[in-house]
Design a binder for this molecule. Structure first.
Ligand SMILES: *Cc1c(COP(=O)(O)O)cnc(C)c1O
Length: 398
């Protein structure tokens, strides 16, 4: 192997996260270059014509491809173990691109009942407008997915661990149910990232990312990605993206590349800190319940331990009391950021019932297990002692 070839099959995740995807230009740059250009120049008219031919490769226009974005795509595909990745402007546009590429009027989707709120809105308000039917199932058991299948079911969509209650779906079992009926299984891998969980290896067909969260890891950019096969993601999802245009900008792709370089290190540190805080919270008299798959008390601890290499950085816990008690907790903290974002080096805290899940009815919230005393923290990388002291201030105020 020469010094400038890179075969992803030879390397482990931490190495891929730092080196995969970059094809050094003739300038010999060491760090990945940013290509802020909307279009690309052809040598002559014949080359222009050949680039536009069906099935041709090579840059034309940055709505279609851009070298910095391609570098990010190559790197994330290598990390997830997928053939190709298509980068998008946000996590939601990754979901939209998947839906638009796969579904047509008359199709049916089975979706986990614990997915990111905007995904439910996208399904209920927009997919249904185009004649696509959506049903929701509790994600844990493969059996509930099997029961929800209809003759026109095309897609299973889930997120594991789920937000905010860390419900774990059995990816391998659900993939078997899907594939027995020729159904596509898409997994939103936002909470674990490929550093902790590889859905494609467990049998999923498509991985969805909100790069906004841990892939960036420092709360700077909004972005997303779809990872999967050349035949579907590389052709149909890419075909929608280049036509409709929810493309990632080269500047954002560059920031995500820098984020990926420290992904494994950060995910290990987030997971270690979250586990320690979850165990500590579980012992506090003001806390009724802690939802974190790393705890032995989590009903699916063993499944999570089987399909994830660690448990991630998101903890939800219920304080003893009502909405006012939960709000007093939040307002008594001094260090934590009161913001709905997650996956940042800065620890954040939210009250799901009045923010991320405020727009669903009280009955639906009750069914989803989002009660008024529930708080969610995304554990960052500040000193653990400082985080504990801040949470202790919250507990006193409850
Ligand atoms: C944030 C999030 C999304 C949506 O991503 P955006 O980048 O905000 O569009 C999708 N899924 C999960 C699990 C998320 O946390």
């Amino acid at each position: 192997m020469s010094n400038n070839t890179f075969d992803p099959d030879h390397y482990e995740l931490a190495t891929l996260a730092i080196r995969a995807g970059h094809q050094r230009t003739h300038e010999g740059e060491h760090a990945e270059p940013i290509f802020p250009t909307s279009s690309f120049v052809f040598k002559n008219a014949a080359e222009a014509a050949s680039r536009f031919a069906e099935g041709a490769t090579g840059n034309i226009y940055s709505r279609f491809t851009n070298p910095t974005v391609r570098c990010f795509e190559g790197r994330l595909a290598a990390l997830e173990g997928g053939e190709v990745c298509v980068a998008t402007a946000s996590g939601m546009s990754a979901v939209l691109s998947l839906f638009m590429a796969l579904l047509k009027s008359g199709d049916h989707v089975v979706c986990s009942d614990s997915v990111f709120g905007s995904i439910t809105t996208l399904c209920n308000r927009y997919l249904t407008k185009f004649g696509v039917e959506v049903s929701y199932v509790p994600p844990q058991q493969p059996e509930s997915w099997r029961k929800a299948i209809k003759h026109n079911t095309k897609l299973f969509f889930l997120e594991t661990p789920s937000n905010p209650l860390s419900v774990i779906a059995d990816i391998r079992g659900i993939a078997e149910v899907a594939h027995a009926q020729g159904i596509v299984l898409a997994v939103d891998n936002c909470f674990c990232t490929p550093a902790l969980q590889k859905p494609l290896q467990l049998g999923a067909d498509v991985v969805i990312h909100s790069a906004t969260k841990y892939l960036d890891g420092q709360g700077r950019m909004v972005g997303g990605a779809v990872v999967g096969s050349k035949a579907f993601v590389g052709t149909d999802v890419f075909g929608f993206l280049r036509t409709a245009g929810p493309s990632m900008s080269p500047f954002n792709a560059w920031v995500f590349l820098k984020g990926l370089e420290t992904l494994e290190l950060r995910m290990r540190a987030h997971s270690a800190a979250a586990l320690e805080l979850a165990q500590w919270l579980e012992q506090q008299p003001q806390v009724a319940r802690v939802h974190y798959a790393g705890l032995k008390s989590h009903p699916q601890h063993e499944l999570a331990a089987r399909q994830q290499s660690a448990f991630g950085g998101i903890i939800a816990f219920e304080v003893k009391g009502d909405r006012a008690a939960a709000w007093r907790f939040i307002d008594a903290t001094q260090l934590l950021s009161i913001t709905a974002n997650l996956g940042d080096v800065k620890t954040t805290i939210t009250h799901p019932a009045t923010t991320t899940h405020a727009r669903i009815s009280p009955a639906e919230r009750q069914q989803a297990g989002i009660n008024d005393g529930l708080l969610r923290i995304s554990v960052g990388l500040e000193a653990l002692g400082d985080l504990k002291a801040d949470l202790a201030r919250g507990l006193v105020a409850v």
